[in-house]
Ligand binder design. Structure first.
Ligand code: AMP
Ligand code: TRP
Length: 333
């Protein structure tokens, strides 16, 4: 069956290995099946829910687009665009926001994490962020949404909004309830400095993540200096459970190599840590450095990137506009 795929990444700088393994690599895999209809969005309206420096926003939009392209997304096969150029997303978010319930939003753990202790000072945009995300997805009748595990709750909210809209306006199956596509294993890539914390764009320590723009030396040094414990490499699954940093590094290795954890454990059983780290650095240099190199090359031609976004936005707008008009009609406008 053909799938309609939609996903988005925020242009907030520092795209990292977690974004790649948790999301972008999957985008590329899905694009390979010609039956799939793929739409990938640089979600710049989401980015401004926290303060962005106007001097860097456009640069970050181009960099995220370049990362999409450098990782293998092809504008001839997928629609690639940025959200702020398609005004239907914001309009859809208003219409759907009148269907979503406060109680549903109050349960969103990402808001609680991002708003921190002082919720009163968080932007209203940050609070209603999941409704804009629902609008992104529902305007394209997306059936499948590849995301990292941290987005699962937002997908559930999207499904609730679709179902309530269909029921309130008596239009079964009008808004399509999408399925999340979440990596089964190693769905959360953790910080290189703390195996219990997610690898994140906003971590003040650059050593905590492999950026998609890192050069060879940076990749090798970050892996060399990645936190580990002093125990031997494990013999089996059970020996690894209480070692979060090692689980993460083994997870990264397995995920890049498309192999299961057991194979990684077997491959390195009895070997020493430095040998494992050297191997990990080698495969990261092999897979990530070409992406980093290509991003830098692409960024030299801003016009080329801007054109891809412009063309993609025109295509996206056609689809999204029609759906917003249909939604308005159902509401009674
Ligand atoms: P964001 O940068 O927050 O827009 O995230 C873009 C995509 O990367 C989303 O699908 C996230 O779920 C995913 N993602 C972000 N951080 C990680 C991580 N540490 N591990 C796995 N996936 C991640
Ligand atoms: N909220 C997602 C994140 O932070 C980004 C996003 C916005 C998204 N709209 C989307 C992902 C629609 C999937 C589908 O990662």
């Amino acid at each position: 069956m053909s799938k309609k795929i939609f996903s988005g990444v925020q242009p907030t700088g520092n795209l990292h290995l977690g974004n790649y393994l948790g999301a972008i690599k999957k985008f590329v895999d899905l694009q390979k099946d010609i039956k799939n209809n793929c739409i990938y969005c640089v979600v710049d309206l989401h980015a401004i829910t926290v303060k962005q420096d106007p001097k860097f926003l456009k640069k970050n939009i181009r960099e995220t687009t370049a990362a999409f392209l450098a990782s293998g997304l092809d504008p001839k096969k997928s629609i690639i665009f940025n959200q702020s150029m398609v005004s239907s997303h914001a309009e859809g978010a208003w219409l759907l926001g009148c269907v979503a319930r406060m109680g549903w939003l109050n349960r969103m753990t990402q808001f609680k994490e991002k708003a921190g202790k002082d919720k009163e000072k968080a932007s209203v945009g940050l609070y209603i962020y999941p409704i804009l995300m629902a609008s992104d997805i529902l305007l394209y009748d997306a059936t499948h949404v590849p995301v990292g595990e941290d987005q699962k709750q937002h997908l559930e909210l999207t499904r609730d909004i679709a179902q309530k809209f269909n029921s309130d306006f008596n239009c079964p199956n009008f808004l399509i309830t999408p399925e999340p596509l979440i990596q089964e294993n190693f769905s959360r890539i953790m910080s290189l400095k703390d195996g219990t914390k997610k690898m994140s764009k906003s971590d003040p320590s650059d050593q905590s993540r492999i950026n998609l723009t890192d050069d060879k030396d940076q990749i090798v040094n970050k892996i060399k200096r990645a936190k580990t414990d002093s125990a031997q490499l494990p013999q089996n699954d059970n020996d690894i459970i209480k070692r979060p940093e090692l689980v993460n590094l083994y997870g990264i290795f397995s995920s890049i190599q498309n192999q299961n954890l057991n194979k990684t454990i077997n491959d390195f059983r009895g070997k020493n840590f430095s040998e494992f780290k050297n191997n990990l650095a080698d495969i990261l240099v092999e897979k990530i450095y070409p992406i980093s190199n290509e991003i830098k090359k692409l960024l030299k031609d801003e016009k080329y990137i801007d054109n891809i976004l412009k063309t993609g936005s025109i295509e996206a707008e056609k689809i999204a506009r029609k759906k917003v008009n249909d939604i308005k009609q159902k509401i009674g406008f």
